[in-house]
Design a protein around this ligand. Structure first.
Ligand SMILES: NC(=O)c1ccc[n+]([C@@H]2O[C@H](COP(=O)([O-])OP(=O)(O)OC[C@H]3O[C@@H](n4cnc5c(N)ncnc54)[C@H](O)[C@@H]3O)[C@@H](O)[C@H]2O)c1
Length: 124
């Protein structure tokens, strides 16, 4: 099973459609901060949760022990806002990603697909 983090967002929701077409099993994890619940087809398991919240991540990986791969799209992604509010972007795009990675390791999940976040880390 593939966990799509941020799967209710723009790129994530298109990715899950593709994965389903390829016959993959998918679970979506998203806090709906910029995503939309209706972007995720009803038959796909959906966990409403926040990467910042350890209990939410445990709920995902404990609830779906068959997860072997994570595709990580959960981030803030507005370039101009990242310059105005760098710590907001650092917290979500860097710190929360580390929380995800730590949790993956504790569940022995070692496959990660990750888009280019570097430009949104709040650096000037
Ligand atoms: N849209 C593009 O053209 C583009 C291009 C290159 C890279 N990217 C990168 O792809 C990723 C996704 O971009 P997008 O355009 O789909 O953005 P998006 O805002 O549509 O999707 C991000 C999703 O992550 C969720 N999310 C954010 N923080 C979360 C958290 N802490 N916990 C759980 N869920 C959280 C949001 O609710 C949303 O559904 C970003 O890293 C972005 O930088 C996007």
């Amino acid at each position: 099973m593939i966990a799509v983090i941020g799967g209710a967002g723009y790129i994530g929701s298109h990715t899950i459609v593709y994965l389903i077409q390829q016959g993959k099993e998918v679970v979506v994890f998203d806090n709906l901060s910029t995503g939309h619940r209706e972007f995720v087809p009803n038959h796909i398991p959906f966990i409403e949760g926040d990467l910042a919240n350890k209990e939410d991540l445990v709920r995902l990986f404990t609830g779906y022990l068959q997860i072997h791969t994570v595709i990580h799209f959960a981030a803030f992604a507005y370039v101009s806002e990242s310059v105005e509010q760098p710590s907001k972007y650092y917290q979500n795009n860097v710190v929360n990603t580390i929380k995800l990675l730590d949790t993956m390791l504790s569940y022995d999940v070692k496959k990660l697909f990750f888009p280019q976040h570097v430009q949104h880390m709040g650096t000037r």
